[in-house]
Design a protein around this ligand. Structure first.
Ligand SMILES: [Zn+2]
Length: 435
């Protein structure tokens, strides 16, 4: 882990703002904490509007005591969160846990009130990020009993725990680690709920999980020449759209990749294992002739991106993304038929399906699943793949794909979907010059 330089007050503020903005908590629910090596615990205050939290509102509880430290009490006028007892109990049970996120996000609450825990074998990413999952029986909020029930689950090695008729608690080695777990867990829960409306969910087997984990990519490194203004512009655009994608819930912070072409065999791509929402233009990686920019690690999907650029000269941007509703189609056998409205058909045409594992092999086969009439595809149990003639075009297609998927899922509650008939499709192809 890198040397932390952000004050716990600011880390808590930034993470709470992100959770609230993503609608993963209500204004009164949820609390976050960080344990310092000294034993001090920084935690969100009791009864303060999460939408207008200030850094002075964050409380520091000193060492083993339950009271806010005297010199902090003056500046932090609030008592610690009423859920402080369970934070303290988790830290006592697990020396490796240094940060905790607790909230009531809707999909995980749905599991909580049905007495279930989401199965994270849905995605290799959720399975590795969420760690061991567990379930803690109900007890009164703020009680020592709730603390001991949750601590029991953490003591048994769980990292992501559903609280019966309440919500979720996740622990991590840092607050950003705990946030990523929390986000991946809620994303898996949302995808299962949307997928269940489409049919039976397919979960990954042990060998399938191993296939994703075993993916090895090693590229030679090179020192690139001074960046052209075109490269600078592409880097800027990619960062803007990736941030927008995270905020629109089309991308998640721990998974997915985005690239833009600069030349025949040259492109700029997202790095591996970096929070996608916080990426800066300098962190993107230049790939030229199969070599990577020195000192940077490209996304593990880099060879899939390269194969697509090589096979399809018209493609200028590529994204592997995880929007909930389109991803729900990827975990079931249900077809995503884009003949719903003209916009969907014109942008998406025939949405293909790429069998699980193709994207982890470095044989370039993935490029065969795309064409001018199939610019987007579902990746079985791994989200979606979209291509475009520019960064904006790929992003636009990703948005249309997700809206189309959501409309198809919503329509199931209303009746039978009637797709546009052959003559309407013929007319669209002629008018929009679709080949
Ligand atoms: Zn709660």
């Amino acid at each position: 882990m890198s040397r932390p330089l952000t004050h716990p007050r600011d880390e808590i503020m930034q993470t709470m703002e992100r959770i609230y903005r993503s609608r993963m908590t209500t204004t009164s629910g949820g609390n976050l904490s960080i344990r310092e090596p000294s034993g001090d615990i920084w935690i969100t205050p009791a009864r303060v509007d999460k939408g207008s939290l200030t850094r002075q509102d964050i409380v520091c509880v000193h060492g083993d005591s339950n009271a806010a430290r005297a010199n902090d009490r003056a500046s932090a006028p609030h008592p610690p969160s009423s859920e402080f007892p369970f934070h303290k109990a988790i830290y006592a049970a697990r020396p490796d846990v240094q940060a905790i996120v607790h909230a009531h996000p809707v999909a995980l609450v749905a599991f909580s009130i049905c007495g279930q825990t989401p199965q994270t074998r849905l995605f290799h990413q959720a399975h590795s990020v969420c760690g061991k999952t567990g379930f803690a029986p109900y007890a009164l909020p703020g009680s020592e009993q709730l603390g001991s029930r949750i601590a029991d689950a953490f003591r048994a090695g769980c990292d992501s725990v559903i609280l019966e008729n309440h919500g979720v608690v996740v622990g991590g080695e840092s607050l950003s680690h705990a946030f990523q777990r929390f986000e991946a867990f809620e994303f898996a829960a949302k995808t299962i709920i949307a997928g269940r409306q489409l049919g039976e969910i397919h979960y990954l087997s042990e060998p399938q999980l191993a296939e994703a984990l075993g993916r090895q990519v090693s590229l030679k490194s090179m020192t690139p020449p001074r960046a052209t203004t075109e490269e600078m512009e592409l880097r800027r655009q990619l960062c803007l759209f990736i941030r927008r994608g995270c905020r629109q819930r089309l991308l998640i912070s721990t998974e997915g990749s985005f690239s833009a072409r600069l030349g025949d065999d040259t492109f700029v791509i997202t790095p591996t294992q970096r929070d996608r929402e916080l990426l800066t233009p300098e962190q993107l990686v230049l790939i030229d002739g199969g070599q990577r920019e020195k000192g940077k690690k490209a996304s593990r999907a880099v060879l899939a991106h390269r194969a697509i650029y090589q096979r399809h000269p018209h493609v200028q941007a590529i994204s592997f993304a995880h929007p909930v509703n389109a991803t729900a189609f990827s975990v079931t056998a249900s077809r995503l038929d884009a003949r719903t409205i003209p916009e969907s058909y014109v942008f998406l045409r025939d949405v293909g399906r790429i069998p699980y594992g193709v994207q982890y092999r470095n044989d370039g086969e993935i490029a065969e699943y795309l064409s001018a009439s199939a610019p987007a595809a579902l990746l079985e149990n791994d989200g979606v793949l979209v291509t475009g003639s520019s960064v904006l075009d790929a992003f636009d297609r990703l948005e249309v794909l997700e809206s189309t998927a959501e409309a198809l899922i919503n329509a199931r509650a209303l009746g039978t979907v009637s797709v546009m008939p052959a003559e309407v499709i013929r007319e669209l192809r002629e008018s929009f010059h679709l080949d």
